[in-house]
Design a protein around this ligand. Sequence first.
Ligand code: X8Z
Ligand code: ZN
Length: 663
Amino acid sequence: MKHRHLLLAIAIGGSLLALSACKKDEPTPASDAKSAPQGETADQFIARVNEEYRAMYPEMTASQWLSNTYINDDSQLLEAKYNERFLAQLNLWIEQARKFEGQKMSPQTARAIQLLKLMTSMPAPKDPAKLAELTQIASRMGGMYGAGKYCTGEGDAQKCRDLGQLEDVLRKSRDYDAQLDAWQGWHSVAQPMRKDYTRFAELVNEGAKELGYADTGEMWRSGYDMTPAEMSAETDRLWGQVKPLYEQLHCYTRTKLQATYGADKGQVNGMLPAHLTGNMWQQDWGNLWDILQPYKNAPDANISDALQTQYQDDYAKELTKVGPSPTSTQLFEADRAAQLRVAKQMTERAQDFYVSMGMPRLPKSYWEKTQFIKPLDRDVVCHASAWDMNMAGDVRTKMCTKPNEEDFTTIYHELGHVYYYLAYNKQPPLFQNGAHDGFHEAIGDTMVLAMMTPEYQKTIGLIGDEPQNHDALINAQMRMALAKVSFMPFGLMIDRWRWGVFDGSIKTGDYNKAWWDLKAKYQGVAPVTARGEDYFDPGAKYHVPGNTPYTRYFLSHILQFQFYKGLCDASGYKGPLYNCSFYGNKVAGQRYWAMLEKGASQPWQDTLKEVTGSDKMDASAVLEYFAPLQDWLKQQNEGQTCGWQPPAENASAAAATPARKQG
Ligand code: X8Z
Ligand code: ZN
């Protein structure tokens, strides 16, 4: 499963499900009958579920790995089938668990039963026909996303670009129209998913209701050792803490976009034009560095440049192997070999950070079975993921790595998942999960915070010994804010949309409007052309067709600063938070590993307390970290009218004006 985190317990592949069922269609001895073995106690029941789960897990995961790294009808069929078997088995276990309600059992067993009900983010109806339909839709949507291409031109002149190529346009081009074309092109891929997604939402809701939840969103919010209502209030509270910082960053960015593209084209009603943020979903503005860098003359540890150089060196080495006048095939092969080489070097560098803190090296099979770069002979899901194939050391990552900073930090992120798997593999299968899903997402990102410090970058020779003055600090903080702060409202709005779809407050006919209303409200971004209901823009983001809950990433962006501070304290560091690196610190490493080993075996509040001293999620570490930048932004924005008016507010104003017919 891919970063299969909580809810799905193993979220696998796209979050679909967790494992498959038994082998072939033969009845398994233990639970062929709908009934559990006679006289089974609750503790025995959980022991049996753990065993059955472990047994069926590898083949389900294999089918998912296959359909994600080799997209075609056959692999989708197999994946859908294994997911169907697993979900049927899961429903059976959950039914069997009912009979233990109210009985005496160990606290660990009670927790395991609770987690069992939350094992998938794709609750399936019991009706076998609907169950099969659901898993087929899920696999089809995943395949459509993975294989999606934007094609222009006719016949021999036709040119098709995949997501990676379209993202490159947003990353590098500063041509307004070229970016708009790339942005619109990718969003056209999602249009045909609309019907499937509508049906998908109906089917999972039916499954969630059968399990006793009001809807799928309520079920997703139930995985946090608090009530679903408390959980959504928690996200509001945390967002309230960071919103002022986001608004300052937004204001500064808008000013710079207007300076680049003109007062009119650089904004839409005070919001950022969706195709101009350097990112397809406006979730990470790091690619706008050329426009947003605060101090052009101050040191700027540019990891992308260093990685490009590394690639060029690798390429030159490959060429020396073939001699003076290489054929075009040899040039091509040298490029592929160098791409693979640099991807592995980036991964080795990330591994080194974990190992320096006392964690194990990745197993040999990791290096053999991982997908490091995009294969050329087939479609694959390029969206990065981390997999635990068998709960016994066959861990892998799947990426289409390019030598740039974004992918370099993504490798640390994915290895965070992998180290979590390796650490909690000794837990019973039902506890092999993050303390909550936000923990799973935060492990690697915490390492990135330490990796991005000048202190660490000097140790690896990425930057020289030049003194770190105020300007360099602001540059570094801006770099980090463009990745982290810009993300926060995005991390929130995706599930605000899905919660609304699932609870019926967003109607099928309003999918796209509701999406852009939320983008406007939280992120302050807007499309520059009308995006009516013939579009399905949510489907252009991996986690929607992939059905991966997204609140986890919002929580992770808060938690990772708490973990960072906790580990800095453990390492004995004194000084401003943003300068702390615990590279090589075994005490911090042990504290981290102890947390990872716990998996989901206790409430996350207890686990958080062990690492940070507090049992509450809190954004004060975020604010402490970014304090210098926040001051600087306030000065930069002085005299500007910051903020924006979301269209919902425009619309209600318009509603009061009878003359206007349509909003
Ligand atoms: O999906 C991911 C990871 C895999 S769990 C690459 N992330 C979110 C995204 O890309 O939208 C990491 C940050 C947010
Ligand atoms: Zn992740």
